[in-house]
Design a protein around this ligand. Structure first.
Ligand SMILES: NC(=O)C1=CN([C@@H]2O[C@H](COP(=O)(O)OP(=O)(O)OC[C@H]3O[C@@H](n4cnc5c(N)ncnc54)[C@H](O)[C@@H]3O)[C@@H](O)[C@H]2O)C=CC1
Ligand SMILES: O=C(O)C(=O)Cc1ccc(O)cc1
Length: 360
């Protein structure tokens, strides 16, 4: 799926909070032909986001605004949603914060009419923050959860669905409580496990760290995320997270028991492999086992472009890729995931074309 040109039928859109997520939304909507206006507590962020093509920094006539997207850190969301509902009488207001139930409870507690508010959550992002790391392609083929309620008018919910579709995302609809239970399992607890693993690396001596390979990097990537943002996310969803952590504590206790028991330990590892296989693959489909072909990239100008051209000329469909830098030699390694039926052919032709392969 790619960005959907909408010829301006969604806007004018106001994005409040032009950081990683807000600027990425602004870039996707602008690229699709929508008129986007950016507001940020930091003028520098608004200017940078605008410079990257995320929208304009002027403010439209409030009665013309059709959609407001609140993309601030969770602590500012309730206040910004309330102000947007009051200031723009025709607009549907959505937010993109990572926890939906707490925002809804707090909005309801104010007694305000929140029927034009429809919560949502794009399940895409990164460990980075701020507009400099934004991308208009961030949401393409990723899940975007919309949380409609009975007090929402259908056309208002549709406007938020249209936002997700215009950004190229795959729509999923859920109630806020169900969403929060799901993200505790697939996002918040994995984030905590990553922080736990990475936190323990702090006291590891350099002599040992130099042995680190791709596995530990995969497991710790998201631990580099902003602690202030994540403190807010975790605390807003602490009940659902606590339940999951209790299960993990039991599993950890069991691990101590089976550590020296071959059958028990194999069962433990097999459960992990089973769990990894349950995750939907690309485009939300049933996961497929791809085969990795790892090709050495020499440290010469244009080598990577040349390599991609050689892979492309063979008509091999690359399902995923990653690049790793050699720790001892001035080379890189391009790992491409391809269908097992094409892997052997790709290896053979790459060697014929003069590339070196790494055995995996
Ligand atoms: N980081 C991620 O990967 C994802 C984050 N989210 C959610 O998106 C929201 C934004 O997160 P990021 O873009 O990562 O953070 P960020 O730190 O990159 O951007 C937040 C922006 O909001 C601005 N801001 C703060 N308070 C404001 C206020 N009261 N009014 C206007 N602007 C204000 C900041 O100056 C900053 O530019 C959060 O609610 C987060 O839970 C959702 C999906 C993924
Ligand atoms: O970087 C990643 O892989 C993420 O999963 C980013 C992310 C962070 C917070 C969210 O609420 C949703 C997605």
């Amino acid at each position: 799926m790619s960005l959907v040109p909408t010829t301006g039928e969604l806007g004018p859109v106001v994005v409040i909070g032009a950081g990683l997520i807000g600027a990425s939304i602004g870039m996707a909507l602008t690229a699709a032909g929508e008129r986007v206006h950016l507001v940020d507590a930091s003028n520098v962020h608004a200017v940078v986001a605008s410079g990257l093509g995320a929208g304009l920094i002027d403010f439209p006539q409030t009665e013309t605004i059709r959609l407001v997207v609140v993309a601030t850190p969770p602590s500012a969301v309730v206040q910004e949603v309330l102000e947007a509902l009051e200031l723009s009488p025709q607009a549907v207001v959505t937010d993109v914060s990572s926890v939906k139930g707490r925002v809804l409870d707090k909005l309801r507690a104010t007694g305000a009419d929140i029927s034009r508010y429809v919560g949502s959550h794009p399940m895409a992002g990164s460990q980075f923050a701020g507009p400099l790391t934004a991308s208009g392609e961030l949401f393409v083929d990723r899940t975007w959860v919309v949380c409609p309620r009975l007090d929402n008018a259908p056309e208002h919910v549709e406007r938020v669905r249209q936002l997700a579709r215009t950004c190229g995302a795959r729509l999923v609809e859920m109630e806020a409580a169900d969403h929060d239970e799901a993200v505790a399992r697939v996002s918040h607890v994995p984030q905590l496990m990553s922080s736990l693993t990475a936190g323990n690396l702090r006291d590891v001596p350099d002599r040992h760290l130099q042995l680190a390979g791709q596995g530990v990097r995969d497991v710790t990537r998201i631990a580099a995320s902003d602690p202030v943002l994540w403190r807010q996310i975790i605390q807003a969803n602490s009940s659902a997270i606590r339940l999951e952590l209790e299960g993990i504590r039991r599993d950890l206790d069991e691990l101590f028991v089976v550590l020296d028991d071959p059958t028990g330990l194999e069962g433990f590892m097999a459960r992990g492999r089973e769990g990894a296989r349950t995750l939907p693959g690309k485009h939300g489909s049933i996961p497929v086992e791809w085969e990795a072909v790892v090709i050495e990239i020499p440290d010469t100008p244009g080598a990577l472009a040349h390599l991609f051209a050689d892979i492309g000329s063979e008509g091999v469909n690359v399902e995923d890729l990653s690049i790793e830098h050699g720790s001892t030699r001035e080379v890189g390694y391009l790992s491409v995931q391809v269908s097992p039926s094409q892997a052997k052919h790709l290896r053979e032709v790459m060697v014929e074309k003069g590339w070196r392969l790494r055995v995996v």
